[in-house]
Ligand binder design. Structure first.
Ligand code: KG4
Ligand code: ZN
Length: 344
């Protein structure tokens, strides 16, 4: 089955042609650069940019795949969670295409898309699994007992991990998105230079909180001149990164032991982080846990992962109706409970 995947939930305009849920014929991602001047995503500008670029990106995906519109057998698109204005652009284009080509259309939950990035990258990967989805908009730990089944174990109570990277990078006067810059700079820094707080919340909790860490960095920076901060930039960045990584890694392994699972899959933009991968590998090796993460292009927002999740649902006979709306906040569990309404 040839599926066109479309992703416009935030500031990436993406389209992909995927065959049989596994073979990526094309995976085109355009990261909007207009937000750099603002140090974060401006929703209004994001929607307008999607309107301008989505059709050319879809054309490019079809061209690269050497597939014509008429050969497409289904369209999969992110319908939430994300920025409603941005989601609506992708949804409207996907519905129009499906309607005019008379092919099935399926709305995909963005989080499930990130989860499917690992199944795309590692075709032999099988549940039971613990998933850490860690990006600019989400930080969630999920238990997956079987294909298409998810239980939310914990999530951030305030900022997402990637958001904290972006906000701290802004405080340190680095560019946007801040995660990759902090990652690079931290390689030259001392992670023990400042002991920033780690929020573990109550004993056994798998929820996260990163807003206190962000405030701690802000308060720390207030004590020093710009010149002093600049001279210790790498050390400060590495110390902040270590605080995020420690919490993420410890909670992953707590989830694995609570659920008695030996397989961990990490996805989302922050899954590119060098130190996070290093620490996860070390702990996985010590605990005989199998660790999976996608290649960088499949970690950050892309449409191949959306097409892969869409393929799974289509194969199971699910379809979305053309009145499917964009949803700003929706978690995977509630999507499944509401499935008779979303799919028919
Ligand atoms: O998955 P993604 O493209 O979009 C969302 O669904 O949010 O993730 C983007 C986030 C940004 O916050 C970015 O700073 C972060 O992922 N990120 C990183 C790295 N690469 C991207 N954070 C830490 N280290 C990285 N290497
Ligand atoms: Zn994402």
């Amino acid at each position: 089955m040839l599926i066109l995947g479309i992703e416009t939930s935030c500031d990436e305009t993406a389209a992909s042609v995927l065959e049989d849920g596994q073979k990526i014929h094309s995976n085109i991602v355009l990261s909007q650069s207009i937000h750099r001047d603002y140090g974060g995503v401006v929703p209004e500008l994001a929607s307008r940019a999607h309107i301008k670029t989505l059709i050319p990106i879809i054309r490019k995906a079809l061209e690269e795949a050497n597939v014509s519109l008429r050969e497409l057998e289904a369209v999969a698109v992110t319908f939430g969670p994300g920025l409603v204005g941005s989601l609506l652009v992708g949804l409207s284009v996907a519905k129009s295409l499906a309607f005019s080509l008379n092919i099935p259309f399926i709305g995909v939950n963005h989080i499930e898309g990130h989860i499917f990035a690992n199944f795309l990258e590692h075709p032999y990967l099988k549940p039971p699994l613990i998933h850490l989805v860690v990006s600019g908009g989400h930080t969630q730990l999920l238990y997956q007992p079987g294909l298409g089944q998810y239980r939310l174990l914990g999530q951030t109570l305030d900022d997402a991990a990637g958001e904290s990277f972006d906000k701290v990078a802004k405080m340190l006067q680095m560019g946007y998105p801040g995660g990759p810059e902090i990652d690079r700079l931290s390689m030259e820094g001392d992670p023990h230079y400042v002991k920033f707080p780690r929020a573990y919340l109550e004993k056994g909790s798998l929820d996260f909180s990163f807003s206190g860490l962000k405030t701690a960095v802000l308060n720390y920076l207030d004590n020093f001149t710009r010149a002093k901060i600049h001279s210790r930039l790498a050390d400060i960045a590495a110390s902040f990164q270590a605080a995020v990584v420690d919490v993420l890694v410890n909670k992953c392994f707590l989830a694995l032991s609570q659920q008695n699972v030996q397989r961990l899959a990490v996805a989302g933009g922050v899954a590119c982080n060098t130190q996070l991968r290093k620490e996860l590998k070390r702990r996985a090796c010590d605990n005989e846990v199998e660790l999976f993460y996608p290649s960088p292009l499949l970690c950050t927002d892309n449409a191949a992962m959306i097409a892969a999740a869409g393929h799974f649902h289509l194969e199971h006979g699910q379809r979305s109706s053309l009145d499917l709306n964009a949803v700003a906040n929706i978690n995977l569990e509630s999507l499944l409970q509401e499935s008779p309404r979303s799919f028919h």
